[in-house]
Write a protein that binds this ligand. Structure first.
Ligand code: IPE
Ligand code: IPE
Ligand code: MG
Length: 255
């Protein structure tokens, strides 16, 4: 019915919220901790992996919403360095999702000028996972629209330790003086370089924590939480988060 209505130019669920957005104050970088897939499934008496499948389908919807607004970067936290602790069947399922997602969606992503990126460690990912992601990055390399950045096998503490080590190495080799170490030098060692820091962080599922996500980069990000599980999160809430972001005064410690 919804599709039928849309076909005839009807309104979609997020339209009202969309109309409330100030298009001159769109965040450059929105990051999302896509959480609650497992609980979404459990609530329905389904296996946890059914929640991951449903969550995957939601990625496209939110990507298109971000594209509609002209957001420059949308980062989606898909798998953390700590998620390897989960049962093997669940990890295996998650690692296969890129092979399903990208071939299905890539034509539409290309048509919308989306650039795929990945932030995380390539080492440790199965070859087939990496290939699916790298193929998508390659296919979208010449696009210059929305950057759809997947945080995959990503953990912020590991990222910062790697950065500290690389700086220490350069000091040891006398390529750097201690005085050269500043915020911008450190930020360049991070996996997110050269992306801007997130302006807005959204977390679904009701958990009020960061879970080792971009600890450095989130220093002055606006945080927005919802109790909705990721598969239930729609354009409407995405737009509402943007509206709330636009109401905030970002002071960065000043007045
Ligand atoms: C988020 O959903 C997806 C990943 C972490 C891979 P969860 O799998 O964490 O779902 P909950 O939080 O257990 O409900
Ligand atoms: C954070 O969710 C990681 C991703 C969404 C990929 P988790 O479900 O792993 O976080 P915790 O364990 O609840 O902190
Ligand atoms: Mg979770």
């Amino acid at each position: 019915m919804k599709q039928f209505k849309r076909w005839f130019g009807g309104r979609s669920e997020g339209d009202e919220a969309l109309a409330g957005i100030d298009m001159d104050n769109i965040p450059d970088h929105v990051a999302v901790i896509m959480d609650g897939n497992g609980r979404w499934a459990q609530k329905r008496g389904l296996p946890r992996v059914a929640g991951h499948h449903s969550g995957m389908k939601n990625v496209k919807k939110i990507t298109m919403a971000a594209n509609t607004l002209g957001i420059r970067v949308l980062t989606l936290y898909a798998f953390s360095t700590e998620n390897w602790k989960r049962p093997k069947e669940e990890v295996d399922y998650l690692m296969k999702l890129p092979m399903e997602f990208f071939p299905k969606e890539i034509d539409e992503l290309v048509a919308n000028n989306v650039q795929i990126r990945m932030t995380g460690w390539r080492e440790g990912l199965p070859d087939y996972t990496l290939k699916a992601v790298e193929d998508a990055i390659e296919r979208t390399r010449h696009n210059d629209g929305l950057i759809l950045n997947f945080a995959l096998n990503y953990g912020s503490r590991k990222e910062m330790i790697a950065g500290i080590r690389s700086i220490a190495e350069r000091v040891k080799r006398n390529e750097l003086e201690l005085e050269d170490i500043d915020e911008s030098l450190f930020a360049k060692t991070l996996l997110t370089d050269p992306l801007p820091d997130p302006d807005l962080l959204i977390r679904t599922s009701g958990e009020l924590r960061i879970s080792n996500f971009m600890l450095w980069q989130l220093a002055y990000s606006e945080l927005w939480f919802t109790d909705l599980y990721w598969p239930d999160f729609t354009e409407k809430e995405f737009y509402e988060a943007i509206i709330e972001y636009q109401r905030r005064a970002r002071r960065y410690g000043g007045l």
